[in-house]
Design a protein. Structure first.
Lengths: 211, 602
């Protein structure tokens, strides 16, 4: 998500992020290359009574309702190069309740424009309304560990412990441990631009720690 | 060449400007406190009904529902009393439609706004304007023929511009200012008097026009009410004298012998005679263009709903934008003030004195002092569309409605230079400024204030330190002077953190000083993702700061300073069901000893 936003803002496009769970970290985004002054950040929350104190209680919307309403407003307003919906922390069964007509409406709104609507979620819910569905899977995490423990496997997810040459192997210092990198695999699940190939199309890439 | 813009029955015109539907009705403006309420101004239709200036409200009330026969009697009497003679007019003055009269209370605020609108039109036409009186202006049009055309065209253009701001006027043009003023006050519509024909054209005007303009010219700013009464008495005596002599129009006064007139009526009489011949050349006392743009309206009855208020606000916004457009300006900031019918306590009211209006107004944008409710809209770019302003004010009032009915309102605009944007084929798409403002206002209504905008990182080591600022559509892309980021340097994108706001309190079990088990604390223990065995941990990294700054309070904004002292750990957590492993950042607050889950690595 941050890489996509970094690319769009680098092209000097105005972007919008609808943050359903208010999880966005501006510092991480700036390190990833996102131009924050070109990114409109909408922070949804469960209860907005502190800001809607003059309005009736019944008007306070749940997160998902806020996300859908705000997305609708952004797409109708237009002018954004990319609109990102971050539903990563919303439970899948809640997002499943979003009617398909909403996704169709969003698709209809962005189709004639140059706007990209990017949805980050745990499961693909837009179904046929999506032009491209990519599954991202974390394959491994690399960390420096002062105690050269054996590789730890857990349900197909590996944490590789490697020693830092400058740290003596007998020096069990917990603060010498460091997260180093993360290996991810991206796989195209569905694409309207081309027919599904015989074998899966994917790519492996790496994320590094900022330190 | 000089021109005079004259607004007949100015108090009525100010009311009609705010309520255009009254334009075809008989309108009487009342002034004074009960029981001394009297008719202060009338329009022509009300005069035809038989109403007169100075009538009490009770006397005027009979004209509210006139009978048919009374209608005819009033009409015939009104014809005898009228003294206006039309020679050159741009509209035919036929039989006025006689309807029931409408009464309105006099509004000085609306008259002030109308006068300001008139000045704006005049200053947009020429920089040499004299603010003669609240209902008339004098303009020096010397040298403007090349720009606007001949005198008749200029007069028509001026009249149409005045009409655009909601006022109907008479225009008089002549070679000297006094003649122009007499022509505007005496004749309906636009009148152009060529040089040399002043005496001939002015001859038919009644003497009251001359005395009225002479009275205005001789007023001074410092005169007292006693002086005003004395002067009024003097003019009354002079009028009586002239009427006894049979002098009822300009021509008869001009024919009187000069020396005899001067010996009877003094210097004033001699001056009056010169003016009646169309002689006179005085310099204009020029005034500066106004820099304050405000429209006001007093409501006959208090308005409770925002929908009803929107109609009034729309009218005022259109008038305001028309004035700004006449001066080639746009709106940078809009201030809406509502006078409420009764004092209302809000979150900032703490004492009875404040409720009574004796306290100071709040220094914040949304200030109020009891029965005055203020909303201020700061616009990122200068705009001029009244529809956009109306929508923004409606959205703002929907979120922050006034708590009492509104009986008076003002809208003031801070002027700014209109923006100019050059579009290009290859420029990246950006939202339009006006549409963006409305969209942001709607989004603010959904998610709340301070939750929409851009994040500005603060220059501090405090975790999650940023400030929300306004998002502005950049028509011209800003330069990329940010410097190299981590992804630029390494070519590999960094981890991203997904921050928990607020941080989630957890219970951590330690083994040999390292966390080994994690569970949510408090009542919300059904979040499975924050419970389980810690497979791997890195830390602690200690950080602290802002202990040197003042303590923040509970009412402080989240981005304000507060002390922090924490011990951070990165952990790999396997959930209890063994279904997944996730990376988190947790910390222990050194002050309270409590553990919190701060963020997850994504």
């Amino acid at each position: 998500m941050l890489a996509a936003l970094a690319g769009a803002t680098r092209r000097k496009e105005a972007c919008a992020l609808v943050d359903a769970s208010d999880n966005f970290d501006p510092a991480s985004a700036a390190a990833a290359g996102v131009y924050l002054d070109r990114l409109l950040w909408v922070r949804c929350s469960e209860h907005n009574l502190s800001s809607l104190r003059n309005a009736p209680r019944r008007t306070a919307l749940g997160r998902l309702e806020q996300v859908l309403k705000v997305t609708d407003l952004l797409l109708q307003g237009g002018g954004f190069g990319m609109v990102v919906l971050d539903l990563g922390d919303i439970p899948a069964d809640s997002v499943r309740r979003v009617p398909l007509t909403s996704w169709f409406r969003f698709r209809r709104a962005v189709e004639p424009t140059a706007t990209v609507l990017l949805i980050v979620e745990r499961e693909p819910h837009a179904k046929t309304c999506a032009s491209l569905v990519v599954r991202l899977q974390r394959m491994a995490v690399c960390a420096y560990d002062s105690a050269p423990a054996a590789e730890t496997e857990f349900e197909g997810w590996k944490v590789l412990s490697r020693t830092e040459p400058s740290i003596p192997p007998t020096n069990k210092v917990s603060h010498a441990n460091l997260l180093r990198s993360m290996h991810l695999r991206a796989e195209v699940v569905r694409s309207l631009a081309q027919r599904k190939p015989m074998h899966s199309v994917g790519a492996d890439f790496e994320l590094r720690a900022a330190w | 060449m000089f021109a005079c813009i004259y607004i007949p029955d100015f108090p009525v015109a100010a009311i009609v400007r705010a309520e255009p539907l009254l334009r075809d009705r008989a309108v009487a403006v009342l002034e004074g406190k009960s029981p001394l309420v009297r008719v202060a101004a009338l329009n022509e239709k009300a005069r035809l009904l038989g109403m007169e200036m100075g009538m009490t409200k009770l006397q005027a009330a009979i004209f509210a529902e006139p009978e048919e026969k009374e209608l005819v009697r009033a009409q015939s009497e009104a014809r005898k009393k009228t003294s206006h003679i039309e020679l050159s007019s741009r509209r035919v003055k036929g039989q006025a439609k006689l309807t029931a009269a409408v009464f309105r209370q006099r509004s000085l605020a609306q008259e002030e706004s109308s006068h300001a609108a008139l000045l704006d039109v005049a200053h947009a036409f020429t920089p040499r304007v004299e603010d003669t009186h609240h209902d008339r202006l004098l303009l020096d049009l010397d040298g403007l023929e090349r720009l606007y055309g001949p005198a008749a065209t200029m007069a028509r253009e001026l009249a149409s511009r005045v009409s655009a701001v909601g006022l109907e006027c008479n225009i008089g043009m002549a070679s000297n200012p006094e003649t122009a003023m007499h022509a505007a006050c005496g004749f309906t519509g636009t009148t152009v008097i060529p040089a040399g024909e002043e005496a001939k054209r002015l001859g038919v005007l009644p003497i009251t026009v001359l005395l009225d303009s002479f009275d205005i010219a001789s007023r001074t700013e410092m005169e007292t009410s006693a002086t005003t009464r004395e002067r009024a008495k003097l003019w009354e005596q002079m009028l009586d004298t002239l009427e006894r002599w049979g002098v009822r129009d300009f021509r008869r006064l001009a024919l009187l012998p000069e020396h005899a007139l001067a010996s009877r009526l003094g210097e004033a009489g001699a001056r009056l005679q010169r003016l009646s011949r169309g002689e006179g050349m005085r310099p204009l006392a020029l005034c500066e263009p106004l820099t304050h743009f405000e429209e006001a309206m007093e409501l006959e009855s208090a308005v409770e709903t925002i929908e009803s208020l929107s109609f009034v606000i729309n009218r005022l916004l259109e008038q305001l934008c028309a004035r700004l457009e006449a001066r080639a300006l746009a709106v940078q900031e809009l201030k809406l003030r509502l006078q409420l019918e009764r004092c209302v306590a809000d979150e900032q009211t703490t004492t009875v004195q404040e409720l009574a209006g004796a306290g100071k107004a709040s220094p914040f944008s949304n200030q109020g002092d009891g029965n005055l409710y203020v909303r201020i809209l700061h616009l990122p770019v200068a705009m001029r569309d009244p529809k956009v302003f109306l929508k923004l004010l409606q959205l703002d009032l929907a979120v922050h409605p006034p708590r009492a009915p509104v009986c008076k309102l003002w809208i003031a605009a801070e002027p700014g230079r209109p923006r100019s944007a050059q579009h290009g084929l290859f420029l990246p798409i950006t939202p339009e400024a006006e549409k963006l403002e409305i969209t942001l206002a709607r989004i603010t209504g959904v998610v709340g204030e301070r939750r929409v905008g851009i994040a500005r990182l603060l220059d501090t080591c405090r975790p999650d330190a940023f400030r929300m600022e306004r998002f502005v559509s950049q028509q011209e892309p800003s330069s990329d002077d940010r410097g190299l980021t981590l992804s630029d340097k390494t070519g590999v994108p960094p981890f991203a953190l997904r921050v928990f706001r607020p941080a989630r309190q957890v219970r951590v079990q330690l083994t040999e000083g390292r966390p080994c088990k994690l569970a949510m604390s408090g009542w919300n223990t059904d979040r499975d993702e924050l419970r389980g065995k810690i497979l791997w941990s890195a830390g602690p990294w200690r950080s602290s700061g802002d202990w040197w700054a003042e303590q923040s309070t509970a009412k402080s904004a989240p981005e304000e300073v507060h002390v922090w002292d924490r011990e951070e750990w990165d952990i790999a957590l396997a959930n209890d069901d063994g279904a997944s492993v996730a990376l988190y950042r947790i910390y222990r607050d050194a002050g309270t000893g409590q553990w919190f889950a701060d963020a997850s690595y994504d």
